[in-house]
Ligand binder design. Structure first.
Ligand SMILES: [Zn+2]
Length: 232
């Protein structure tokens, strides 16, 4: 293999997709992968990514996420969540996460947000509830380096908010979290009894942060359980 070919190969592996069809294909691939991992099961969870015209591509609501097709995404204006393009199928509705994804874009510059219903995120929220705090403190893990600007000797604070009957009602708590300087480094918000929102500058960054945070949640919960057993 020549040097040039090897460089191109690296680019195809690591560079974010540059056109909308590639983004749609990547989002569909990630939904299948996240479903296998139990992060978007039972039609819960969701994802968004950048459209070519400055909009956000949004998966439909209430459908089996591992079966979403590339032509089933909505395009919304991140300024206000207005649907600017919809799929041909009349029975599809835009994700309940619309207003939250748009807020993460406006507040954090996120072009991709993953909404997870993972058990590890719920259990991580339980730790904050048990300690009567509004955050999860994560420390002493090499994987912390997967979050931009965070090192493995930092104590990384992830905000934990209360669940609400409908997802759009989470917006006001998220606005408070995004304005809180304690959580500047966080790329995730845990919603108690529900899951988490995790974002990145592009789809592959959101994918990386999603994998990193799920590991951090699982490790923190498992360590806390072990400490409890040792004390008992
Ligand atoms: Zn949800």
């Amino acid at each position: 293999m020549t040097g040039a070919a090897s460089t191109l190969g690296d680019m195809s592996l690591h560079a974010p997709p540059t056109d909308e069809q590639a983004t749609r294909e990547l989002l569909v691939e990630l939904l299948r992968d996240f479903h296998r991992r139990g992060w978007v099961s039972g039609t819960g969870g969701g994802i968004c990514g950048p459209a070519d015209d400055g909009g956000l591509l949004l998966a439909p609501s209430g459908v089996h996420k591992e079966r979403v097709r590339t032509d089933e995404f909505f395009t919304v204006d991140p300024a206000d969540g207005r649907v600017v393009r919809r799929p041909d199928r009349d029975d599809l509705r835009p994700s309940e996460c619309n207003s939250i994804f748009c807020l993460a874009h406006r507040s954090r510059g996120a072009w991709s947000v993953v909404h997870s219903h993972a058990l590890s995120a719920v259990l991580a929220g339980d730790l904050a509830a048990a300690a009567a705090t509004d955050h999860l403190a994560i420390r002493d893990l090499e994987m912390l380096k997967g979050i931009p600007g965070v090192t493995n000797v930092d104590v990384h604070l992830v905000p934990v908010i209360r669940n609400t009957p409908r997802e759009p009602e989470l917006v006001s708590q998220l606005e408070d979290v995004f304005a809180d300087p304690r959580f500047e480094a966080a790329r995730a918000v845990v919603v108690r009894d529900h899951g988490a929102y995790i974002w990145g500058d592009d789809v592959l960054a959101a994918k990386r942060h999603t994998e990193v945070y799920h590991f951090l949640f699982e490790a923190t919960v498992a360590r806390r359980d072990r400490q409890k057993e040792e004390r008992a």
